[in-house]
Design a protein around this ligand. Structure first.
Ligand code: IPE
Ligand code: IPE
Ligand code: MG
Length: 240
């Protein structure tokens, strides 16, 4: 063994030969700028953002993904005006109502990450119902709601501590994403190059892609291009 500590397990940070992406996450940014460019209210940008989500979920079949994780509302987005927060929550209500039947038909398994239990009681009830109705789905659509990566890690560390073991593996086992495949690719739209508190732990060895497209303009073809880009990358995980 010499000076080498035991190698960390390959599952967490990828195997030697990486197949295609299993888990892609997207920071869906740019709804406001999309609307501003057209002199429309931000709420219209958010509506078009929901349409982009629907289009993507419909178009993702055949791309080989096991999980798509979408950042829909951050724990910092409460700082926006009451009107904008109301708009976003109402869009959430409408989206679940209108698209749940399609998720069930298309074998989509819904998952929610973040502190969603502290959202409005009617939204929590809708989400619980949607989770139950899609529990047997095949491919996962994970939606980050009232999500903050630092808080997720803190919650997971507290749970790990309560179980008596504060190691990276023990913390990881308590993350909201503990039942999802490792994150392969993290995409942010709208040209901003930052994580904004999204999947901080999970991004440790994810590939990143920042694209200028504003979220309402994002189409399944853009995701396919991102996956093609991902396939050309060499992941090293610190080894050679
Ligand atoms: C992303 O679009 C949607 C949410 C954060 C909920 P933005 O509303 O952040 O759009 P920009 O960044 O102002 O263009
Ligand atoms: C990140 O976008 C949150 C979501 C996409 C839900 P923001 O627009 O809130 O992030 P900042 O404020 O530009 O960092
Ligand atoms: Mg933004």
């Amino acid at each position: 063994m010499g000076d080498k500590p035991a190698p960390s397990d390959g599952r967490k940070h990828g195997a030697a030969s990486d197949p295609g992406a299993r888990h892609v996450a997207i920071i869906m940014d740019g709804n406001g700028r999309w609307a501003k460019k057209r002199a429309l209210p931000r709420s219209i940008g958010h509506q078009r953002g929901v349409e982009a989500v629907r289009r993507l979920v419909r178009g993702i079949d055949g791309m080989g993904l096991e999980c798509l994780t979408l950042y829909a509302f951050s724990s910092e987005n409460w700082k926006r005006s009451d009107d904008e927060v109301d708009d976003l929550m109402n869009l959430m209500r409408k989206f679940i109502k209108s698209d749940l039947p399609e998720f069930i038909t298309n074998d989509v398994k819904l998952k929610i990450i973040g502190d969603w239990q502290s959202l409005a009681p009617d939204i929590v009830a809708m989400l619980e119902d949607a989770l139950a109705q899609t529990a047997n789905g095949k491919n996962t659509l994970a939606v980050a709601l009232n999500y903050g990566g630092q808080h997720e890690i803190a919650r997971a560390a507290a749970k790990a501590a309560a179980l008596g073991e504060i190691t990276a593996d023990a913390i990881e086992a308590q993350l909201d994403t503990n039942d999802l495949p490792p994150l392969d690719l993290l995409i942010r739209t709208s040209g901003e190059v930052r994580l904004s508190n999204f999947l901080l732990w999970q991004a440790a060895y994810a590939e990143m892609l920042f694209v200028d497209t504003l979220w309402p303009d994002f189409k399944p073809e853009h995701l396919q291009q991102a996956l093609d880009n991902f396939a050309r990358r060499e992941r090293r995980y610190g080894g050679r």
